[in-house]
Design a protein around this ligand. Structure first.
Ligand code: ES4
Ligand code: ZN
Length: 312
């Protein structure tokens, strides 16, 4: 295994890198009252039963993020840790609506994150880029508004994604927003087939023009879809630690990653929300080596897939 070889992280939510310690320090700086007595009390809440139970805590904790400085501190902490994980390229998501909906100006979010991204190569040796993500369980009209604002701000984003609660929010709802993004020359990716059915993966490809699929593991239930994903070598950004913690799969030993590799799918390993799911990409690789017997050769394939799947 060559740990010096290039490695891209393509599926990480910057808000999901908000560690408990930073939650407490930002709460103090911004005089935000937290509903937790201490770090241990907060940490005791990190037991999830499904995607929604995680999202409830993830969105609640974001209230400590208020200013551009907070967002810059958040992204710098992630980039520092990503460098330690061996990541050379990071394309991270942020959720504009998770902040605008609670009164934080989008310019604060974008300015802070962009500041950290601008210095990332020089400071951490990580080539970084931002992908705005539409929060699919909020109104479609709001998705259009926030996209318009991103364009007005000339936000330095390379792509548009789709995340949050999947069931009941099919990609088809957002066809027009993604058409606007494609017209602006943005790359497209979408969460699909995490909790949702293979049909949502098909919609993400055919209706949104997705170039990558985030998660996509339920694609395995549809052989015709698998054949297409293999044929077109559509990258799937898989997040094994997330899948276990959100009970999408029973255990790492049962994770379909190897089956996906063996099927010829273009899969990569990513952290999703590392502050919530027990680790960063290096932790995920170590756990896969232990529990799935991931070989050095497989790791090399996964790393090469990640670089090939990067947008720039
Ligand atoms: C997410 Cl794990 C996951 N799935 C869907 N949306 C998300 N946003 C942040 N983490
Ligand atoms: Zn995700």
């Amino acid at each position: 295994m060559d740990e010096s070889e290039p490695l891209a992280e393509l599926h990480v939510h910057i808000e999901g890198t908000l560690e408990p310690e930073l939650i407490f320090s930002l709460a103090e700086r911004n005089r935000v009252a937290l509903p937790y007595s201490d770090l241990a009390d907060l940490r005791s809440r990190y037991e999830f039963t499904d995607l929604q139970s995680f999202l409830d805590l993830y969105y609640a904790n974001m209230q400590v993020l208020q200013t551009a400085e907070d967002f810059a501190d958040l992204a710098r902490a992630y980039l520092t840790r990503a460098a330690r994980a061996g990541i050379t390229r990071a394309e991270f998501f942020f959720d504009p609506q998770a902040h605008t909906s609670r009164g934080v100006p989008l310019s604060e979010v974008v300015d802070g994150l962009a500041d950290a991204v601008a210095g990332a190569r020089a400071e951490y040796g990580v080539d970084a880029a931002m992908i705005a993500s539409i929060v699919r369980d909020r109104p479609v009209t709001e998705a259009h508004e926030v996209f318009g604002e991103l364009m007005r701000l000339q936000a330095p984003v390379i792509g548009l994604g789709l995340d949050s609660a999947e069931m009941g929010y099919p990609p088809s709802l957002f066809e027009d927003v993604f058409a606007r993004a494609r017209a602006e020359g943005l790359h497209i990716t979408a969460h699909a087939g995490e909790e949702g059915p293979p049909e949502y993966v098909v919609q993400a490809l055919d209706l949104l023009g997705a170039e990558r699929i985030d998660h996509g593991i339920r694609s395995l239930e549809d052989p015709e879809l698998v054949a297409r994903l293999v044929d077109e070598q559509i990258p799937l950004t898989v997040c094994p630690l997330s899948n276990v913690r959100l009970r999408v799969v029973d255990s790492l030993a049962d994770h379909p990653l190897r089956r996906m590799l063996d099927a010829g799918l273009s899969v990569s390993v990513n952290s999703d929300d590392p502050a919530y799911f027990g680790g960063y990409v290096d932790d995920a690789f170590a756990a896969l080596q232990t529990h799935l017997g991931l070989t050095d050769e497989e790791r090399t394939t996964l790393a090469r897939n990640s670089i090939r799947a990067a947008f720039d």
